[in-house]
Design a protein. Structure first.
Length: 314
């Protein structure tokens, strides 16, 4: 009987200790701070109401974007309305804007509307995951931080994508749209590129000849947004090449661009160069590999990459 009582006391002590530990653990969990959720309502408190009519340039960009979406995406993605919010007037408003733009629950879009199969629309946290999500959020925040300043105007664009409705924040000034998650992610881009050759000139004793190739990215409303390209020039007398030059370039607004080129054959029967080019929207990333002389793209986003060799003969 004494042994039974001792065993019961031991069991009771263990039960009390276990219960106390669970209560302490639960207390710690309950005491952990809960991250505050940034909302559009928070940002609107930092916006000073202003004119209710957008500048003509902005309205034209929105109207032209509507037409291009209708033409190339068959109204799968539509702009259904705009609401002018006012002027971003505080540093807190700028900070909130950057947080909202990169928030996983905000909508964004990726792809080339000239190739509708590449277009993706949805919440950032649904389109991206893991390292890609972190990279996309970093790219959005970095790009936005360079563009959004105090005094900039803000409107809210209403969209519908295959029946799903959502809104995006659009930042602009008198010159036009500066930032919007959907406009920043979508492009109009011909992956084939454009070429141009020098006119023939047989009069000079030492002649030159050049070949130029480039790829252009356009905004959703149709104006130029970025470009990558290269140009090779050979100098020759008769059928013999005496020297070769090559140049390259890469740039894009709200995105990333890389360009590299080098001469691989300078004299002889022909001239030759290698080129490595790439551009992409903010959520993607580009890297250059010097070992195989190539640019590669990673992550998700609208992009064009071209790596190759070009030979030019007299």
């Amino acid at each position: 009987m004494k042994k039974l009582v001792t065993t019961f006391k031991l069991f009771a002590v263990i039960s009390v200790l276990t219960l106390t530990a669970c209560q302490n653990e639960n207390s710690e969990i309950m005491q952990e701070p809960v991250a505050s959720k940034v909302s559009s309502a928070d940002l609107k408190k930092e916006i000073t109401p202003g004119l209710k009519v957008v500048p003509e340039n902005v309205q034209t960009q929105i109207n032209d974007s509507k037409k291009n979406l209708e033409q190339y995406l068959n109204n799968d993605l539509q702009i259904t309305g705009i609401t002018v919010l006012g002027k971003l007037s505080t540093q807190k408003g700028i900070d909130l804007s950057q947080e909202l733009i990169s928030d996983r629950d905000q909508f964004t879009a990726e792809g080339n509307i000239l190739a509708p199969e590449t277009v993706k629309v949805g919440k950032i946290g649904a389109l991206f995951s893991g390292d890609q999500l972190a990279e996309a959020q970093k790219g959005l925040k970095e790009a936005a931080s360079e563009q959004i300043k105090t005094g900039i105007d803000v409107l809210e664009i209403s969209w519908t994508h295959k029946g799903e409705q959502f809104t995006s924040l659009c930042f602009y000034n008198e010159s036009g749209i500066i930032w919007d998650n959907v406009f920043a992610g979508l492009v109009m881009m011909d992956a084939r590129g454009t070429t141009e050759v020098s006119p023939t000139d047989a009069q000079a004793k030492v002649s030159s000849k050049w070949f130029k190739e480039w790829w252009t990215a356009k905004w959703l409303w149709g104006s130029k947004r970025g470009e990558i390209g290269y140009q090779i020039t050979i100098y020759y007398s008769g059928s013999t090449v005496s020297n070769v030059d090559v140049s390259d370039w890469g740039n894009i607004s709200l995105g990333k661009a890389k360009s590299e080129s080098k001469v691989t054959k300078r004299t002889g029967a022909y001239g030759q160069c290698r080129y490595a080019l790439g551009l992409c929207t903010p959520t993607g990333s580009l890297s250059f590999n010097s070992n195989n002389f190539s640019v590669s793209f990673s992550g998700l986003g609208s992009n064009v990459v071209s790596n190759g060799t070009k030979s030019l003969y007299p």
